[in-house]
Design a protein around this ligand. Structure first.
Ligand code: PAF
Length: 279
């Protein structure tokens, strides 16, 4: 495995493989890698000749400076994990390398980025689109891998690829969960034992709602999930919305879509966790 820090070195390394007609798979990450990332890397290695992974904590997608500063940075451990998982090239650029000058691009994703995360983290998805489009332009992958935990991010990246005609196949990967059901996330590292034991209830309550949904109205399920989670310790639901999985617009009736998804964000103490469930 090769670790490169500049665009020039990355492109040199990738072009050797491209010239040999090899396919390039790409997994963009912000590091602090866990099993969820590893499943993306493994799938990427399976489906492509070369797997490129980037580790870059992208400042333009944080609308909260404290969150950016607290984001776990575990580069040495990450590199070891990636080597074991089979990545060929790890790209670890500096902020200046990715943004030699401020990125002023404003993407228009219609309603997709106005709801849920977009409402609570203004500018977040514009920052995600800036960095992902920039990384796609640098790496020029044939396929790129994203986890379904960040359900809205995945929808927005698909939309960006369509809008900007980027020749890359987006491959979604299912949420990886700990044995307790808690969705794997880099932020879990910041949960203490008590918070972790509370956080497992997010998926428990979502799963229970899936068992009940056929017998109850959308709004009843929505309110029940919020109430049940808010009763537990330090958990505080920021939003829970049941949406059409393609348009991300709220539904009021189950018959409106055959792809209903419940998307949730919960504060566990001061740690913000997200999860979702397909009904
Ligand atoms: O999902 C993430 O880790 C980030 O949003 C991404 C896609 C690597 C862009 O910084």
């Amino acid at each position: 495995m090769t670790t490169v820090y500049t665009i020039e070195d990355l492109q040199k390394a990738v072009s050797i493989s491209k010239n040999e007609g090899k396919t390039i798979g790409f997994v963009p990450t912000m590091g602090a890698l866990h099993e969820g990332h590893i499943s993306l890397v493994k799938k990427c290695c399976e489906q492509n000749d070369i797997c490129v992974v980037s580790i870059f904590v992208n400042p333009t997608q944080f609308n909260n400076q404290a969150d950016l500063e607290k984001y776990p940075r575990t580069i040495e451990q990450d590199t070891k994990i990636l080597e074991k998982a089979g990545a060929a090239i790890v790209f670890v650029p500096s902020v200046e390398e990715i943004y030699p000058e401020p990125d002023m691009r404003q993407f228009d994703f219609g309603q997709l980025d106005k709801v849920m995360e977009g409402k609570f983290r203004p500018g977040h998805f514009n920052g995600v689109a800036q960095v992902v489009s920039r990384l796609f332009d640098i790496v020029k992958p044939d396929r790129a891998y994203f986890g379904e935990k960040d359900f809205q991010q995945l929808a927005i990246i698909r939309q960006m690829v369509r809008q900007c005609n980027i020749p890359v196949e987006i491959v979604p990967m299912p949420i990886r969960r700990e044995e307790s059901g808690l969705a794997m996330s880099s932020r879990n590292q910041r949960l203490n034992d008590e918070e972790k034991s509370e956080a497992v209830n997010i998926y428990r309550v979502l799963s229970e709602s899936k068992k009940l949904y056929k017998y109850k109205a959308v709004e009843e399920i929505r309110e029940k999930v919020i109430d049940d989670i808010n009763k537990i310790g330090s958990l505080k639901v920021e939003y829970f919305e049941i949406v059409d999985g393609n348009t991300l617009q709220q539904i009021t009736n189950w018959s409106e879509t055959d792809y209903a998804v419940g998307c949730i964000t919960v504060f566990c103490g001061d740690i913000r966790l997200i999860d979702n469930i397909v009904y």
